[in-house]
Design a protein around this ligand. Structure first.
Ligand SMILES: [Zn+2]
Length: 127
């Protein structure tokens, strides 16, 4: 297979200058490499931090609603109004009888009807 070298000219991922030299080069120098890696790591960290704070808030809300181990039905809307986001959870636990719990860390809930959930806490959580 032949190809036009001109079209293949690779550019520095950071400053977009055309690169010369080794074909596997991605940056023109260490400065560009470091800047690029720094910025990308920061972007990753921001995303992780945002998701963590949603999960932490979810856990906080569930922990406030878990009233001394008594199983109490809570309307989904009430959770939403408190800022709970149902799309975010750390894991799903399915019992042998097929009941599904959604957990945010050690706190979770189970849907008991279309509108209501029961909040639970899992004492021995990490196995
Ligand atoms: Zn560069």
């Amino acid at each position: 297979m032949t190809s036009n070298k001109q079209e293949e000219a690779k550019k520095c991922l950071q400053c977009e200058k055309v690169l010369t030299g080794r074909p596997d080069k991605k940056f023109c120098n260490d400065y560009c490499r470091n800047t690029y890696n720094y910025n990308h790591r920061r972007k990753d960290e921001v995303i992780v931090r945002q998701i963590n704070s949603i999960l932490r808030k979810n856990r906080q809300i569930l922990s406030e609603l878990e009233p001394e181990k008594k199983k109490v039905n809570i309307h989904r809307q009430r959770l939403i109004e408190m800022g709970f986001r149902f799309n975010y959870f750390t894991n799903i636990y399915k019992t042998k009888s097929g009941k599904i719990y959604h957990f945010c860390y050690d706190y979770g809930y189970i849907e008991v009807s279309t509108d209501y959930v029961v909040v639970v806490v899992r004492e021995k959580y990490v196995r």
